[in-house]
Structures are given as structure tokens and as C-alpha cells.
Write a protein that binds this ligand. Sequence first.
Ligand SMILES: NC(=O)c1ccc[n+]([C@@H]2O[C@H](COP(=O)([O-])OP(=O)(O)OC[C@H]3O[C@@H](n4cnc5c(N)ncnc54)[C@H](O)[C@@H]3O)[C@@H](O)[C@H]2O)c1
Length: 319
Amino acid sequence: MRVALVGLGAIGLGAHLPALVRHPCVDVVQLVDPDPVRREAATGQGIRPAADLDPGGVDGVVLATPPWVTPELVVRYAEAGLFVLAEKPVATSVEAARIYDRLAPEQRRRVQIGLTYRHDPAIRQLKTWIDDGTLGTPVLVRAHIYDEAYSPAKREHAYLITRTLEHGSPVVHEGAHVFDWLSYLLGGPPEHVDDAWSQRTRTGLPAANLTGARISYPGGHQALVEFGWFTAALPRCELTFLGDRGLATLDGFTFDLRLGTADGEREVRFPGDRTTRCFDLQVQRFVELSDGARKSGVPSLDDGIAALRTAQLVAGRAG
Ligand SMILES: NC(=O)c1ccc[n+]([C@@H]2O[C@H](COP(=O)([O-])OP(=O)(O)OC[C@H]3O[C@@H](n4cnc5c(N)ncnc54)[C@H](O)[C@@H]3O)[C@@H](O)[C@H]2O)c1
């Protein structure tokens, strides 16, 4: 599969490119970014980075671009007949995601969304424990998603997070992943958002940096979710799944699992680090999409839009 990587920023160069290079069936044929500084940083990969994509000679494109530019690029390249692996969130609002209505079904099925951590075996293990009754049913999920500590000395990081907050609170950006996992694990999208709150920890921030909600899922499952960015210190990033028969705990960074039941406690760890594991599985699914082994992207564009819809409901309710 001949792949172009568009967007040579942190995740493009740090995770997508190494995963693409590791896959035996992928040839990275173009590196693209309009920013000359980013192109300069990407030299030395054996390919001269370009400002624009030449869609000829390319089967697929990976879009590691900010969510305010990604939708237009997805539509452009899917309409050109390419397979597209696009970073989450699929847009910064449900309104902005309406651009995807332009895609014909054949173009839409060729789009895979970079909800990367859905691929992790830890998520599959959790689903097994929920579905086979190991935890009991219903479950109460507590998701504490805290990341991106604020350090004024890290000016580039502070700039990136401030810029991202201008396009919505952390629930839009982190919620893309979390609401995708919860729909997958709990049997479908939420039935309703019962309650939500938000808090800005200092003046001058473009959006609330702490947000939370209580959400009802099918089957009586409930989720208490919290998202937080950009405080000097952060609470532990962790998800717990509590039912009458057991408690499963997922470490938010490593994805190490702990299961506690009446039989005692055990740990489940999967080989390798989470990022390598999940980005490799993601590329494998993209290759399967292009060679016809998969009929549509997993996770799909519809999955990405559904996660965005939940995030927007929470953000709207939180005010
Ligand atoms: N899947 C994951 O686990 C994961 C992890 C981190 C970030 N992300 C997502 O990846 C995306 C990028 O994040 P990042 O941290 O790498 O940001 P970044 O700012 O470091 O990189 C984005 C790059 O896109 C380039 N770009 C901007 N407009 C462009 C255009 N029109 N055409 C081509 N390139 C363009 C920028 O010049 C920049 O180099 C975000 O949507 C973020 O939410 C996903």
C-alpha cells in the first residue's frame, strides 16, 4: 500500500510515521505539511517533504492534522478515490462534520478514524468482562481523563494546548476516544446526558479546562466522566468499571488492567507499550481496508461522528 503522511507534527512524526514504516506492506511515498518548519524537521526520512499532496501514485493517506482542517482534507482525498486514515476528533463540532454528508457511500466506507486506542487488546478484554457477566450488570463507569499538565516553561506545548482549547474544551478532544470506547463497551451510544459541569481553573483560558458529566447508556449502565487539561498537577488518569460482582481498573496511560472479584485480584498486561501496540494495529486495519479484507473503516467515520456528538452534548450541557 502506497501511503502519504499529511501533517508532520507531534503525532504524525512521533507515532504514525514509525508505525507506517514498521508495516511490511506499506511504502511511505510522500510526506506533506504546508509549514516549512515542520517540513524541515521531517527531513532525513529518505523522502523530501512537500507542501502539497500529489494524489497520483498514492493508495491511501494518513491525516495527522488539526481537527479544524481535517474534515476538508478527508472529503478532498476520499473524493479523489483514496483510502483515508484521519485523526480524531473528526471535526470540532457536529455542524463542521456536516461536510461529510458530501461523501458517497463508497467514499465514506474508505475512511478510517484514528480512534487509535479502540484497537487495544485491553479494551477487548474489558468488553469480554462486561459481556460475560464477570463484573455483573449494570456497571458504573468512572472515567477520569487528565492529561497535558501546564508548564509555562514548555512554551510550544502551552501554545498548542491554548490553540486547541480555542476550538473546544478537552471533552471534544479527549472525549473522541473515551466516548468511542464507552459506546463500544456498553452496547451503543448514550441514551442521555443527565448532568454536566465545567470549570476554568484560571482566567485567560479560551475554554473551560475541566468538564464532567453523568451519562446513561443502554442496559442501565451509567458513566461518570471527567476530562481535565492544563493544570500544573493532574489527578490520576484512570477508568474503573464497577458491577455487583467485580471491579475492573484500566490505567489511562499504560492500559494495564486490574480485575478484582470475590476470587481475589489479578493483573492483565499486554506486551509492548500502548502507543506502539495500537498504532501498529491501526495501520494493519488500514492495510486490510485497502486490500479488501475489511469492507469499511474500523473505527468508521460514523463512529467518529457519534463520539463527537456525545462530546458536544456534554460540552453544551456543561455551558
Ligand atoms: N490518535 C491519537 O492517539 C492522537 C494523539 C495525539 C494527537 N492526536 C490528534 O492528531 C491531530 C494532530 O495532533 P498533533 O499533536 O500532531 O498536532 P501538531 O500541531 O503537532 O501537528 C499538526 C500538523 O498538521 C499540519 N497542518 C496544518 N494544516 C495543514 C493542512 N491544511 N495540510 C496539511 N498539514 C497541515 C501542521 O503544520 C502540523 O505540522 C489532532 O487532531 C490530535 O487530536 C491523536
